[in-house]
Design a protein around this ligand. Structure first.
Ligand code: GLY
Length: 365
């Protein structure tokens, strides 16, 4: 039996990786959870490339890097548990990430020294990753950064939620009904719904429901098919390559994800010729052979970004509403830690001290 102050019924608004991870963590702690999902392919969960890259993203020392490193550390055990519940692979790959540079080490400084990284000189980098352009002079090697096939992850989370008997419903929430400092219910396409506690995890669409500073930042991506050998070991690219405004993320099945643009164009839909050209030029500059590999797919999505590009997590201005949104470029990376911190906050009212840095009322200028 949960303590008196603890929420027993929780409505999670948002069925992306964040909402599902929170739902599973709440279920683990004894809550009765229901997830409301709009099922959008343009949500960041489906559109992302799945890099787990706090180091390659060059996050400066501080609370955001701390949060991202904690989540990267959680990944292997969290995935193992998730795969056991879901009965399917979630596509985690501790591949390491290489940041090839078209200039010398001095002008390519990217490591922060206090974390494990290593400069690979010209000979070494071409040995670690054949097929790179001759123009690559060296690069940073981040052995602890990794990747997850976010679409497999998303499917595994959906399967785990179903396996745990958590209700997940497709519906559109149109309003959070409020009275004083409490949320009293949701107006939805399924009718009016109530719970003791509510979680807002609607990513780029958060501002449509509550006045918080989260806006969409569009990312366009495409994928090509690598020539495959008999096993994943034969793939021409087996390490994530993180270049300047371009990244290449190989999947074990031979797909190579190429991302991503970063565009402040609101919810403007569609892939554009200039977006595709930017990606293809960046990709072939790093690996010229890509020019001959068949294009498989192109797509786009909306990252949920805040003015300071840190997420909004935990307490809201309402006693029974918790925020988990605005994860920007790092949503897939932050999925495990967000689930754990938010579920602890809701069920035992234990705010991990790190949550303070991600409070909605902070200055985000
Ligand atoms: N995580 C990389 C991106 O958002 O493009």
């Amino acid at each position: 039996m949960l303590a008196e102050t603890v929420a027993e019924t929780v409505l999670v608004v948002g069925g992306g990786v964040m909402g599902l991870s929170i739902a599973l963590a709440l279920h683990d702690r004894g809550c009765k959870v229901r997830v409301l999902s709009r099922s959008l392919q343009e949500g960041a969960s489906w559109a992302a490339a799945g890099m787990l890259a706090p180091q390659a993203e060059a996050l400066p020392p501080g609370k955001m890097l701390d949060l991202c490193l904690r989540s990267r550390d959680l990944y292997p055990s969290w995935i193992e548990k998730l795969e056991t519940i879901a009965g399917q692979s979630a596509g985690y790959w501790a591949s390491g990430i290489l940041a090839p540079a078209l200039q010398s080490k001095e002008s390519a400084i990217q490591g922060f020294g206090h974390l494990p990284d290593e400069w690979a000189d010209r000979d070494r980098i071409h040995q670690i990753q054949p097929h790179l352009s001759d123009a690559v002079q060296g690069g940073w090697w981040f052995p602890q950064d990794a990747q997850v096939d976010n679409r497999l992850l998303y499917r595994a989370l959906q399967a785990a939620v179903v396996a745990q008997g958590i209700e997940i419903q497709t519906s559109t929430v149109t309003e959070f009904e409020r009275s004083g400092d409490r949320i009293t219910g949701l107006k939805t396409s399924l009718g009016d719904l109530q719970a003791q506690h509510y979680v807002l995890a609607t990513g780029a669409w958060s501002q449509a429901l509550l006045p918080i500073p989260v806006k969409p930042r569009k990312g366009q991506l495409l994928s090509v098919r690598m020539p495959t050998g008999a096993t994943p070991e034969d793939l021409p690219i087996k390490i994530v390559l993180f270049g300047a405004e371009i990244y290449l993320v190989p999947r074990r099945d031979g797909r190579l994800v190429i991302g991503a643009t970063s565009e402040d164009v609101g919810f403007l839909p569609g892939n554009t010729p200039s977006g595709m050209m930017q990606l293809l030029q960046g990709a072939t500059r790093l690996v010229p052979e890509i020019a001959h590999w068949p294009i498989e797919e192109f797509w786009m999505g909306y990252r949920p970004v805040t003015p300071d590009e840190w997420p909004i997590l935990g307490e809201s201005g309402y006693k029974n509403l918790t925020y988990a949104t605005g994860h920007g470029r790092n949503g897939i990376l932050l999925t495990p830690i967000t689930g754990e911190l938010i579920a602890d906050w809701i069920t035992i009212q234990r705010a991990d001290p790190i949550l303070e840095a991600f409070h909605w009322s902070r200055s985000m200028a």
